[in-house]
Write a protein that binds this ligand. Structure first.
Ligand code: FRU
Length: 450
């Protein structure tokens, strides 16, 4: 496979590796003043030989790469997992001088088993000699542990197990026992269950637990998508409140998968892998392949048409100045557009090569994105198909709307109706878009990084 990119598609605001491959974000943890982002990492720009790469940041937007944290061993490759800051040293892996960051990950060998590793300096990781801490020789898919503080004390790990999730409890992050499970009952989506997360949010003083499950690629979902359920967690198991009768996804675009949230932050901050398993291995980006979504602060919103929904706002908003008028031209390849309107409207970004990316609101009120003519697409047969080009989703509101698009060279995120609908998508214009047109009863404004 050629590793030469037709042009530089490296994003400015989204994390991407210098070289090689990344998929899922792993081990998201805030500890001692730094955000840690680990990722499924392979040394070549395609999936394989999985390690955990490691980067740190103080603002979630500029990242400093550190040496890989974990690599394959006799138990197999290092698949996805999470990390916690074990402040009270419940694991006993810390020292008098400091508490450890403890990572729990899947060892993917002949079987999938769960292992742990710890770090005292936030950089060097030591694998626990008694791995695996959750052995397995029966379950075919048994992976992606997400560890959280149990509301009743101790720790919980949520694991994806084929067509359901299982909950495990522990006092010390080393000894684990199963406490409950959720699914397949209550699930309306196809695809193998992967990369779960579980966390509480509040709305109107009420606590609601959110269970995220990423669903492996299937045509019904247009590839790989991340689903969510709302309900309660009693410390042992999750109970869905049954408010959804069809699959609900955290993102209505094509390219947000395996997203999980940070441990140790006051706000609930999600990072996803900005790709889709259907074509992820063929992206035309050269010596790197894969990037993360912009970290997104999650919250619940009560909507007139959809009831309580998961919503988000990109942390990059703080970088941009106030919105100002547009004269039809676009400066550079990193900007934010704010479009307000009513009824049907379409915004089109285009260039002299005849490439155009459009988004807007349909006659019937659905929001859509359309990258069918946006740029390169023949690098993968599925990416080039219309069903991976245009996608729409209904609004949860009626009346006037606002769409906010963060554009970053080869990826954009569209936040509609205050983040209650989000579309994340990759796109590869052969030349930068330098023009913008608006059709319908709508006004677009632009913000640049200040
Ligand atoms: C999700 C996933 C995980 C697995 C990892 C392997 O994208 O399939 O279930 O741990 O990727 O790279």
């Amino acid at each position: 496979m050629s590793t030469k990119a037709p042009r530089d598609f490296r994003p400015a605001l989204h994390y991407a590796p210098k070289k090689g491959w990344i998929n899922d974000p792993n081990g998201l943890v805030y500890a001692r003043g730094k955000y840690h982002l680990f990722a499924q990492y392979g040394p070549e720009p395609h999936w394989g030989d999985l390690h955990w790469s490691h980067a740190v940041s103080e603002d979630l937007l500029s990242w400093r790469d550190l040496p890989n944290a974990l690599g394959p061993d006799g138990l197999g490759m290092v698949f996805s997992g999470s990390a916690v800051y074990d402040e009270n040293n419940s694991s006993g892996l810390g020292t008098k001088e400091g508490s450890p960051i403890v990572a729990m990950y899947t060892s993917h060998g002949e079987h999938e088993q769960q292992s742990i590793a710890y770090s005292l300096d936030g950089e060097n990781f030591i694998k626990y000699p008694g791995n695996p801490v959750v052995p397995n020789s029966e379950k075919q898919d048994f992976r992606d542990p997400k560890v959280l503080k149990n509301p009743k004390g101790g720790w919980t790990a949520v694991l994806a197990v084929g067509d359901h999730v299982e909950f495990y409890g522990s006092e010390d992050l080393i000894h684990w026992h199963m406490t409950g499970s959720f699914g397949p009952g209550g699930n309306y989506s196809k695809g193998v269950w992967e990369c779960p997360d579980l966390f509480p949010l509040t709305i109107g003083g009420r606590e609601v637990w959110v269970l995220l499950v990423s669903m492996g690629a299937c045509p019904e979902n247009r590839g790989s998508r991340t689903q969510y359920f709302l309900g309660s967690f009693d410390g042992d198991t999750f109970t869905c409140d049954g408010s959804f009768k069809e699959p609900e996804f955290i993102d209505s675009g094509f390219d947000n998968y395996a997203g999980v949230t940070f441990f140790g932050t006051d706000e609930r901050i999600l990072v996803g892998w900005a790709a889709n398993w259907v074509y992820a291995n063929d992206l035309p980006t050269g010596e790197f392949c894969g990037q993360m979504t912009i970290p997104r602060t999650l919250f619940l919103a009560d909507t007139p048409l959809g009831g309580v929904r998961l919503a988000g706002a990109p942390v990059s908003d703080k970088l941009f100045g106030a919105p100002g008028p547009i004269d039809g031209s676009l400066p550079g390849e990193v900007f934010k557009l704010t479009v307000s309107g009513e009824g049907a409207a379409e915004v089109t970004l285009s260039n002299d090569s005849g490439e155009a990316f459009s988004f807007g609101v349909e006659e019937g009120g659905d929001i859509y994105i359309d990258r069918r003519r946006a740029g390169l697409r023949d690098f993968n047969a599925d990416f080039a198909k219309p069903e991976y080009g245009r996608i729409s989703a209904p609004r949860f509101f009626t009346g006037p709307w606002t769409l906010e698009l963060t554009f970053d060279r080869s990826i954009c995120e569209l936040f509609a109706d205050k983040g209650t609908r989000v579309f994340t998508q990759l796109l590869y214009p052969a030349a930068p878009y330098d023009r913008i047109g608006v059709k319908g009863n709508a006004k677009a404004e632009i913000s640049l990084i200040v």
